[in-house]
Design a protein. Structure first.
Length: 167
């Protein structure tokens, strides 16, 4: 069984996002990945959700802040991310962004989606490594829903699984 992932990765000045995207896309034997990259606006993300209807997970790789994440057309606010999560019935949101704890908490408060995020800002290269390792492990476990893996996962010291924090 394949896990469907919506990968949202606008072109940024983050040097390792390309390798992060490539690592996730290359897991296509076990993951079905739909990439929104060029262009990558809120409209493009929603059009992809409209087209495919359902994604088990959403992975966002870009700049972030307490109010949302940055896409090609500016800030994609938390309320719009919540709408996207609800529309595609995502069970997992992976935020590969700086300063993502606030966004993660809002998502878990407003949806039933679990969120993987970071506790503190980390380098671009380290964020890409964490993301690649996370999805490689998910793909190798082949568990559905993808959050089944999180119940027993051993995380990096700088990562959190937000639902457990709020739980």
């Amino acid at each position: 069984m394949s896990i469907s992932v919506l990968l949202v990765a606008p072109v940024t000045n983050l040097e390792s996002v390309d390798s992060e995207v490539e690592s996730i896309v290359n897991l296509s034997e076990r993951l079905t990945v739909r990439l929104v990259r060029r262009p990558c606006s809120a409209r493009d993300v929603m059009a992809t959700i409209d087209r495919y209807r359902r994604f088990d997970a959403i992975h966002i790789a870009t700049h972030g802040g307490p109010d949302g994440v940055h896409l090609d057309d500016g800030l994609w606010p938390v309320a719009s991310i919540v709408q996207a999560v609800a529309m595609c019935h995502a069970e997992l949101l992976y935020l590969s962004t700086c300063d993502s704890v606030s966004v993660a908490k809002h998502i878990t408060e407003l949806t039933t989606c679990d969120v993987a995020a970071t506790l503190a800002e980390q380098g671009d290269k380290r964020a890409a490594e964490l993301a690649a390792n996370f999805w490689r492990t998910i793909a190798n476990e082949v568990q559905h829903p993808p959050t089944a893996y999180l119940r027993t996962a051993r995380h990096d010291n700088n990562s959190i699984f937000v639902t457990s924090l709020l739980g």
